[in-house]
Structures are given as C-alpha cells and as structure tokens.
Ligand binder design. Sequence first.
Ligand code: SF4
Length: 213
Amino acid sequence: MINNYQRIYNKLLDYYGPQHWWPADTPFEMMIGAILVQNTSWHNAEKALMNVEPYLDPERMEELRTDELAQLIRSSGFFNIKAKRIKAFLDWFKAYHYNIPTIKKLGKQTVRNELLTINGIGRETADVMLLYAFDKPVFVVDAYARRIFYRIGLNMPTSYDTFQKQVEDAVPSDLQVLNDYHALLVEHAKVHCKATPICEGCPLFEMCEQRLG
Ligand code: SF4
C-alpha cells in the first residue's frame, strides 16, 4: 500500500507539476542564496543576490572584504552575520578549489558532515546545498514541511535527523523526487497551506485532518 509521504508527493506533483528548483543560474549562486535566505523571505534574499550579482563567482567574492560583502547583502537581514557565514563557507569551498564536480564525487554523509562544521551552516542549509548544488538525494526538513505534515495529521519527530529519516525511508532515494518534494512543499505552503490555510481546492484536502492548533 502506498504510504502517506508518497501520497502527499504524488498529489502535490499532480497539482503543481515539476518545480525545476532551485531558482538560481549556477550552483554557486544557489549556495549563496541558501545562506542569504536564512531567517528571511526569499524576496529579501533575492534583492541581496541582485546586489551581489557582480561577485557571484567564488574567486571574485573571496576578494571582497567582509564589511564590503555585508553592505551588499544588507537587504537579507543579519547581514554582518551572513557575510561572516559566506566567508566561512568560501574558506571551506576553497579547499576544494571551488570545484563542484570534485565535491559531488564525495559521499553524501562526508559532504554533510563537512558543511555542518562551517559556522552558521545548519542542517537545513547544508541539506539544500547537498540537494540542489551537489546532487545528493536528501529530504529537506523546514518549517513548511513541519507545518503541512502536522496539519495533515502526521506526528513527526522534533529531531531534524529523525524527521528526515522517516520521510527518506518512505520515498525513493531519487534525486528528482527529493528535489521536487521540497520545492512542492514550499509551493504548497505559499499557495494553499499558508499561515492561515486556504483549504478549499487543496489537493491534500481528502487526506488532511486540518489540525490547526
Ligand atoms: S487541507 Fe488545509 S490544512 Fe490541510 S494541507 Fe490543505 S491547506 Fe493545509
């Protein structure tokens, strides 16, 4: 019998279609975007990305002083902290000569563990980088996934890694499926399952307990 996580994925995919994420021109831009979007909206992160666009190359960005970078990414909020995080990330990336194919050859857990040692890179940020820049099949646990699964009636673990494993054990370990799953949940949280949900016409309506408390 098809499990709930697979059903949710199937229904969202039928309704919204493939998402072709992450919205970035290059893997490097994707990773900088993943840091900029921490604790803010994509709209604010995108404005910062536009400002920093002439430096969206690791060697050019490395030449910027941290305070110069901070000014360019002001609109993303917490810009001083994020500039330091980007610099710390660049230090790690430089050890691989900024070469994404080299990193792709490493195992998923190796890359994840290394990303998690970088100051300011938490599990969610590490996993979006793994998924959308390094082609590693992982399920990204974010506030939208927590909100949607809870409302549907699924009692998910509080622990990030246990939540992630519960979903990963239930769906194929397939890059495209996991790429789309995260993107579809984000889309669903924006279109129907908003802070105040619009349940009418929701593709998950029939399977949802609508737990809003
Ligand atoms: S039915 Fe309502 S609460 Fe349930 S997933 Fe859809 S929008 Fe969210």
